[in-house]
Design a protein around this ligand. Sequence first.
Ligand SMILES: O=P(O)(O)OP(=O)(O)OP(=O)(O)OC[C@H]1O[C@@H](n2cnc3c(O)ncnc32)[C@H](O)[C@@H]1O
Ligand SMILES: [Mg+2]
Length: 197
Amino acid sequence: MKKIIIATKNKGKAAEFKAFFNKTGIEAYSLLDVNNQLPEIEETEKTFEGNAALKAEKIADVLGVPVLADDSGLIVDALNGEPGVYSARYAGEPTNDQANIDKVLEKMQAISQEKRTARFICVLALVIPDSETIFCTGYCEGEISSEQAGTNGFGYDPIFIPAGYSITLAQLSSKEKNKISHRSNAIAQLEKWLQNI
Ligand SMILES: O=P(O)(O)OP(=O)(O)OP(=O)(O)OC[C@H]1O[C@@H](n2cnc3c(O)ncnc32)[C@H](O)[C@@H]1O
Ligand SMILES: [Mg+2]
């Protein structure tokens, strides 16, 4: 495989995927780079797998080339798994990272630090025309901070302290984040799979 389309319009995700594929010699483009008329994809499924497959398949249908999609989110134990599959639009649409962060912090105001455990999940779906969809899942364990800190990364990074650290993902460099993130864990599995084709 020489070229892959990443079915995302999220700049933060696109940058992380490009950093990874750069090292492999595969040219990666996100939907932000593609000029074709593409369908708006409504994420109507109730699972990460369902939405990842939906995004990859709809774009692969139009472009006829290998397409990788990422459906990811934050799972907070004290919030019974919220924001979960609705992470992007937790505080409503259009997506607003700051409003989402504020909503999580507000809902967790009364929750003590030891009960603030959480994890990020990333489900990747790879669609290669005329072959079966491949799924890879990665996690990043950690906890929700009491205040937001840091400006790197995107989404909920400013309130997520990865296990073994005392600072948020948004206070780590992108290189450090990419060593431990849910996305890099999922990509590592994908890499093993890609080596065999
Ligand atoms: O669907 P695409 O176009 O890929 O972009 P999206 O932002 O809508 O992506 P998702 O539907 O997968 O929603 C995932 C949300 O979870 C959050 N998220 C996912 N990965 C994250 C990460 O590495 N750091 C912080 N927040 C993350 C972030 O708020 C995303 O908007
Ligand atoms: Mg989305």
